[in-house]
Ligand binder design. Structure first.
Ligand SMILES: Cc1cc2nc3c(=O)[nH]c(=O)nc-3n(C[C@H](O)[C@H](O)[C@H](O)COP(=O)(O)O)c2cc1C
Length: 255
């Protein structure tokens, strides 16, 4: 499978915010819906998180909710879409991947979230510390012939090179790396160190054209943003005045 993103920009997942209506306003080359919760257990964890004041997508029937948003965003979309997913069960990821495939999207496995309700049920960042489990999820999902991204958090005491190599062997097509530095900022050394390992989306603290271009100069193929978009709904439109950020890019999925 090969596809082209119309520019280098990615709208990063924001639970409780990135529904179809929100995503469609932004001219990024890849729009990431969610994070959604694909099974009953993760949906219940989201309800708990909501009770302590966090924004989450909570549905009576989680898969129906995911399908409604994915279908809606897929209509008349020039850009590519992805769906960021948490689940306790493998079945949850598989069910979500079926929906994503139907609407020609990319499934993004959320190995990033560190909210206690989700760590407790062994998803989100828990998976980075249990790479065998993460690899198993990627293997199952990529066997369905759907493009797979894995969202990782940087700054942890793990061997990212080893993890990414295993994920690629399992069929992962792209890595979305939040290269956060605890306390603030982005670890560009981590981005450049891992950029030769995978098709990399660089994330964290992109606030303007300069910081976005720095991410690409460090070796990322694309660059994502979340908080800056909440501050300024014209954010991506402004970034597209850069000829570097405007350039299309191809991904050969399955290579
Ligand atoms: C309100 C909010 C909700 C988020 N929800 C998710 C999520 O569901 N899944 C995920 O992978 N990342 C989530 N993130 C993390 C962002 O996608 C991004 O990785 C992080 O905010 C760092 O990027 P930034 O500096 O551009 O904001 C969320 C961030 C915010 C601010």
């Amino acid at each position: 499978m090969m596809f082209e993103f119309p520019n280098r920009l990615v709208l990063s997942a924001m639970a409780g915010i990135n529904d179809a209506e929100f995503c469609r306003r932004h001219p990024a080359g890849l729009l990431i819906l969610g994070g959604f919760n694909a099974d009953e257990t993760s949906n219940e964890a989201a309800k708990k998180a909501v009770r302590r004041g966090r924004k989450e997508f909570v549905y009576d029937e989680p898969l129906k909710g995911i399908e409604t948003e994915t279908k809606s965003l897929s209509k008349s979309l020039k850009e590519k879409l992805a769906v960021n997913v948490r689940s306790k069960s493998i079945e949850g990821y598989i069910n979500a991947a079926e929906i994503v495939k139907k609407y020609s999207g990319i499934i993004e496995i959320n190995a990033h979230c560190r909210q206690p309700e989700f760590l407790e049920i062994k998803c989100g960042q828990w998976l980075i510390f249990h790479p065998d489990k993460l690899t198993e999820i990627v293997k199952e999902v990529s066997a369905m012939d759907v493009p797979v991204s894995v969202k990782l958090r940087g700054g942890l005491e793990v061997n990212y090179v080893d993890i990414i190599r295993e994920l690629k062997k399992a069929g992962c097509d792209m890595i979305h790396l939040d290269a956060m530095i605890e306390g603030g900022g982005c670890d560009l050394n981590l981005i450049s160190g891992l950029s030769s390992e995978a098709f990399l989306i660089g994330n964290n603290s992109v606030v303007d054209i300069e910081s976005a271009e720095r991410m690409l100069n460090a070796g990322a193929k694309m660059v994502s943003a979340a908080r800056a978009v909440l501050k300024d709904y014209q954010f991506f439109k402004k970034l597209l005045s850069s000829s570097i950020l405007r350039k299309p890019i191809r991904l050969d999925s399955g290579q």
